[in-house]
Ligand binder design. Structure first.
Ligand code: A2P
Length: 320
């Protein structure tokens, strides 16, 4: 099996694969099979989250791949995320244990705070995953300072439940604040990043601080078009510039978009429910984009944030 590129994380030096398989929107009924096939096809990173609602099935696929001797547990990097309703110190440990139980493994390689937004606790036995809205259809914030959540994340490391910790959807000012109190600094920041949202200042800051970046939604609005919330952006997979570069390299448009990120040292986590696309998305090590091509793709930036929590309408009762 070909060795794929990795990035070494701060503190532990652990090598995180630059191309992983993302589990957001991976269909629950076929998830175990998809994950098994992803591992069989060479993926060595699975990017899950409590919120995705398919951790049990992803774990089944992983454990089958281990049972069949395709990989050992330590060969596969498993990332998961703490959902917004569990930010209070007393909930972090319990929900991490629950998530490990769903996966059927005893540690996560990386555990991220999914959003720096604390929501009111929802008992997982009542509703799991809890998502954004309460039973009344409103968003209820919880008064949990981020420092408390980060301290509880650090305790997961001390307890051996997670090897590395990080954040997601986190902008520069909060990153700098975390550094003031962190015993273990964030190793990774997973953010929306694609040619329409290049996040140059955040990337620069993270590089300076030694925080690795994982880009999500690398294929641009595609996922959001599927969800009916495309914000009117032209599909990057059909963009003329991407198409012309892809033709030049005899690659697909998706491969060019993924390569653009990976070549800048950014990790990516494309998902596909389609086997051929899944295989294709892992194969981005075998070609190099020129500096000019990288720059021309970056010039597509229009600061279009497709997944913006600030879009939550305050009239939905956010401060209720
Ligand atoms: P599908 O699962 O049918 O392949 P994201 O990872 O940003 O959520 O984006 C994934 C979206 O892009 C999904 O709609 C997925 O659909 C689609 N997709 C994934 N890989 C490719 C590819 N190589 N070519 C075209 N579309 C892709």
């Amino acid at each position: 099996m070909a060795q794929h590129a990795t990035v070494a994380l701060k503190r532990t030096g652990a090598k995180m694969p630059l191309v992983g398989f993302g589990l957001w929107k991976v269909t629950k009924s076929t998830c175990a099979e998809t994950v098994y096939n992803a591992i069989k096809s060479g993926y060595r990173l699975l990017d899950g989250a409590g919120d995705y609602g398919n951790e049990k099935e992803a774990g089944e696929g992983l454990r089958r791949a281990i049972a069949d001797g395709i990989v050992k547990r330590e060969d596969v990097w498993v990332t998961s995320k703490l959902w917004n309703t569990f930010h209070a110190r007393e909930h972090v440990h319990a929900v991490a244990k629950k998530q490990l139980g769903l996966w059927g493994i005893d540690y996560f390689d990386l555990f991220l705070v999914h959003f720096p937004i604390a929501l009111e606790y929802v008992d997982p036995s009542h509703r799991y995953p809890p998502e954004w809205w309460g039973d009344d259809g409103k968003v209820h914030l919880a008064k949990v300072p981020f420092q408390e959540t980060w301290g509880a994340m650090e305790e997961l490391v001390d307890q051996g439940l997670v090897k590395n910790i990080g954040v997601s959807n986190t902008q520069g000012s909060l990153l700098l604040d975390i550094l003031r109190y962190a015993r273990y600094e964030p190793a990774v920041n997973q953010v929306e990043l694609h040619p329409y949202l290049t996040q140059e200042s955040l990337v620069k800051l993270c590089k300076t601080l030694g925080i690795a970046i994982t880009a999500y939604s690398s294929l641009g609005p595609q996922s959001y078009v599927e969800l009916g919330a495309d914000k009117g952006a032209k599909n990057l997979l059909e963009h003329d510039l991407i198409q012309s570069i892809a033709t030049k390299h005899s690659k697909s448009n998706a491969q060019v978009l993924l390569r653009w990120a990976v070549q800048q040292g950014l990790a990516v986590i494309p998902k596909s429910n389609n086997h051929d696309r899944l295989v294709q998305n892992l194969d981005v090590d075998q070609f190099t984009l020129s500096e000019e091509e990288l720059k021309s793709i970056s010039a597509l930036n229009v600061n279009l944030r497709l997944n913006d929590p600030a879009d939550i309408d305050p009239r939905m009762g956010i401060f209720a």
